[in-house]
Every structure is written in structure tokens, then in C-alpha cells.
Design a binder for this molecule. Structure first.
Ligand code: PMP
Length: 300
């Protein structure tokens, strides 16, 4: 499949308050965000025209920016409206939505107090990250890079700079023929995949690492709510790699990945089973409900 570069597409992008033609949504090469990774972003999905958990994503975007020391110059209501506006303007119903905020060109140095803050929101068609046959399960290699200590990096922020570690890890896994990488944290505990949280079914219970140095994903929290509705016990705790062999099922959860079974981690093999199947179906059903029903069934 030929990849169409992202700057060679049609449509409109919401950029600092206005809808601009896709190809004109550019920024100057001397933007602080490019040189010093002073950017934060979101990844959202629209199903049937509704952006799933939109306010939670918007709140995280604003929070991610505050962790990096800047304030996005729009309210949560304005950002929500802009996301919906850009979706409608592109005639998109099933789509991925990408808001991004970054520091501009006023200063190009480590200090960036005088930079203006920009916000852009794009949307495009993006089917499940792991493709239509994801029910078979994906294969994860073990990353050499570790999720850093929260005093070493702003780990609670969906900060562009943190994805440097993710890209290195994912490329390493792909070079070995895997779909994605499983990342450990600086302590050697299981953390997450490069763009999704991880769950293990052990003795019929759902176990997932405590998110103290990586994102507590919106999908993760939604899946926990769905599991509890199904009377499945959920345990958030430190998980060490040697415990993974005890799991009967493993899956990933994230906006792009949705609920995706895992069939291999390094040398360990797993078979997607009933707990994964139930949560995958419940999640698929939930994302198609109205925002009110979503909040009622799976508050996070
Ligand atoms: N971890 C990382 C590193 C991610 O990029 C994502 C996707 N935003 C997640 C976890 C899952 O978060 P969410 O469910 O909010 O999309």
C-alpha cells in the first residue's frame, strides 16, 4: 500500500481558531516545539460522528500542557467544539482526531517563556492500529528502552518528547518481526506497549500495571469500568515480567489500538480467550453509544 504523506492530502485543519486548507496548515521551521519537543497532543476516535470520551481527552490535553508549563489559550468547551467542527468540516464520521499544542517561534532556546502557544486539530480515517485481523492477536517484542522514573521525565503528560522512546522501541520490535514492543519501566516492572496499556488475565482476574510512570489511558480506565460491570475482578498492581507466563490471556487497550488481543510476548505465547472477547465486544458496543449512555455505563 502506497503511503500518502500527511502533507499531501486534502481537507481542512483547525489551526489557531480557523479552518485552513490542509496543505496550508504549516508552521515555521524555527518553532520551539520542533527543536525542544515542547508539544503535547491527543489521539481520539470518532464513531458514528461522536468523539468517544471527548471531554476526558480535552482535559488531558490541557493537563499535559500544564505539566510542560504552558496554558492552551482555549477553554475545554472551545476545544471540544473545535474537534467536532473539524470532523464535520471534513465530512468525517468514523475517524481519528489529533489535537496538538506547541510552543511557537518567539524564542528558540531552552528557555521559552515568551513563546506563543498554538493549537491545531486534524482528522483522518485510521482503521484499527493493528488491522482488521487483530482478533488473531498481535506479537510484542521486549523493548530495550525503559519507561523513565516520573522524576526523570513528565510521564503523566502526553508529551511529544516521550514518544522518542516509543519510536525507538517500536522500531526495535519491528526489526525483529514483531508488531509492537512491550516496555518495562526503570524498575524492571511491566509498563505498557508503545501506544497502549496492557492487561493480563490471571486466574480469571484482570491484572494491569499501576500507571505511576506512564499514561493512565482513557481506554484503560474504560475497560476497567466495563470489566467491573461484568463482575470481573480488576487488580492494579506492580507486575514483573516473570509473572507474564501465568497469564491465560493478554490484551492491549488504547484509543488507536482499541481492545487488541496479544498472542505473543517475546518467547511466551497466549491464546485470545473469553475475557478479552467480552471486553472487546463491550468496548465496540460502548463507543457507538451516545455520550450520555457512555458516561452512564462506563464513567472513568
Ligand atoms: N500509552 C501510550 C504511550 C499512549 O500513547 C496511549 C495512547 N494515547 C495510551 C497509553 C493509551 O491511552 P488512551 O487509552 O487514552 O488512548
Amino acid at each position: 500500500m502506497a503511503l500518502v504523506p500527511f502533507d499531501d492530502r486534502d481537507g481542512v485543519i483547525w489551526y489557531d481558531g480557523a479552518l485552513v486548507p490542509w496543505r496550508e496548515a504549516t508552521l515555521h521551521i524555527l518553532s520551539h516545539g520542533l527543536h525542544y519537543a515542547s508539544g503535547v497532543f491527543e489521539g481520539e476516535r470518532a464513531y458514528g460522528g461522536h468523539i468517544f470520551k471527548l471531554r476526558a481527552h480535552t482535559d488531558r490535553l490541557i493537563g499535559s500542557a500544564r505539566i510542560l508549563g504552558f496554558e492552551i489559550p482555549y477553554t475545554a468547551d472551545e476545544i471540544d467544539a473545535a474537534c467536532q467542527q473539524v470532523l464535520a468540516a471534513n465530512d468525517m464520521v468514523e475517524a481519528y482526531v489529533r489535537p496538538i499544542a506547541w510552543r511557537g517561534t518567539e524564542q528558540l532556546s531552552v528557555s521559552a517563556q515568551a513563546t506563543q502557544i498554538h493549537l491545531a486539530i486534524a482528522t483522518w480515517a485510521w482503521p484499527n492500529l493493528f488491522g482488521a485481523d487483530r482478533m488473531k492477536g498481535v506479537r510484542l517484542g521486549l523493548a530495550e528502552w525503559k519507561r523513565p522514573h516520573p522524576e526523570t521525565a513528565p510521564t503523566a503528560s502526553k508529551a511529544a518528547g516521550l514518544y522518542m522512546i516509543g519510536t525507538l522501541s517500536k522500531h526495535g520490535a519491528e526489526a525483529e518481526g514483531f508488531d509492537d514492543a512491550l516496555m518495562l519501566d526503570w524498575r524492571g516492572q511491566v509498563a505498557e506497549a508503545t501506544g497502549a496499556n496492557i492487561f493480563f488475565v490471571i486466574d480469571g482476574e484482570l491484572h494491569t500495571p499501576t500507571p505511576d510512570c506512564f499514561l493512565n489511558g482513557i481506554t484503560r480506565r474504560t475497560v476497567i469500568a466495563l470489566a467491573r460491570r461484568n463482575q470481573i475482578t480488576v487488580v492494579e498492581r506492580p507486575i514483573f515480567p516473570d509473572e507474564m507466563k501465568l497469564a491465560s490471556e493478554v490484551f492491549l487497550a488504547g484509543t488507536a489500538a482499541e481492545v487488541t488481543p496479544v498472542r505473543q510476548i517475546g518467547d511466551l505465547h497466549f491464546t485470545p480467550g473469553p475475557v478479552t472477547e467480552t471486553l472487546l465486544r463491550d468496548y465496540e458496543a460502548l463507543v457507538r453509544m451516545s455520550p450520555e449512555e457512555v458516561e452512564q455505563r462506563a464513567p472513568i
